[in-house]
Design a protein around this ligand. Structure first.
Ligand code: SAM
Length: 239
């Protein structure tokens, strides 16, 4: 049976990849990635020569010109699979399909090939799990929201976060992090613990904890730290 691998790659530190992932990426025929320049850095480090092809990121219903390009790429990928090649999907960072565009492609492959293809996920780094493991808050069960919407539905989500008894985790960009902290302060007050995990596994990795007011004060006094990639963890209970 043909196999299609979904392979987790590092979220920063290029050493954070499993031996199995490296072996598979070396052995297979074609790697589907988001940005070939980003993935090339990883492959070069491990001397992996497998060809790269960028995969369709959008849903074809979302726009005409994009959709033609997407359909064309999908057909190319289907043909590669039909010719008996083994493919793997990776993303720019972390586990494919977790808040990145892989899910659309995986759903299309399942739709087209059904049980005649074995989809094999290869586990590894993901920012949500890495942040939670270092947060020091209850993490037996949690609510993961991915990226919060920029406009519609944003306020409703903050209300849901305020009402949730579970630890809540989401991804945020440096452009919106202060606004987000202000909204958390507004909706939750200071009766909660926020953990901001920034630049995980990278040189400037930082995990800052406190109530919303303390975290806001920290970032207002250290504006140079408002950059890089963030995971926000919100908890109302103690471990
Ligand atoms: N698929 C990835 C995963 O498994 O974590 C997530 C991809 S999503 C497009 C990118 C977001 O994940 C960033 O904006 C940031 O919120 C979070 N992220 C990724 N790498 C990170 C890191 N090294 N440190 C903190 N957050 C990170």
């Amino acid at each position: 049976m043909n196999k299609f691998y979904i392979v987790a790659t590092p979220i920063g530190n290029l050493e954070d990849i499993t031996l199995r992932a490296l072996r598979i990426l070396k052995e297979i025929d074609l790697i589907l990635c988001e940005d070939t320049r980003v993935s090339r850095r990883l492959l070069d480090k491990y001397e992996i020569k497998t060809p790269l092809l960028s995969y369709p990121a959008d849903n074809p219903k979302s726009g005409r010109s994009k959709s033609q390009n997407t359909n064309h790429k999908l057909q190319t990928i289907f043909k590669e699979i039909e010719s008996g090649k083994t493919l793997a999907l990776i993303s720019d960072a972390g586990t494919p399909c977790i808040s990145d565009p892989g899910s659309f492609l995986v759903s299309k492959i399942k739709e087209k090939f059904g049980d005649s293809i074995q989809i094999i996920p290869i586990p590894g780094a993901s920012a949500v799990i890495t942040a939670l493991s270092g947060a020091g808050v209850p993490a037996s069960d949690f609510l993961f929201l991915g990226f919060l919407p920029h406009k519609k539905g944003r306020e409703t989500l903050f209300k849901e976060i305020a009402e949730s008894e579970r630890t809540v985790v989401f991804y945020e960009s440096p452009h919106r992090i202060i606004k987000t902290l202000e909204s958390l302060k507004l909706h939750l007050g200071n009766e909660c613990k926020i953990v901001l995990a920034r630049e995980l596994t990278k040189i400037y990795e930082q995990i800052v904890s406190g109530n919303p007011e303390e975290i806001l004060k920290y970032f207002n006094e250290n504006e140079d730290k408002i950059k890089g990639e963030f995971v926000v963890v919100v908890s109302k209970s103690k471990v």
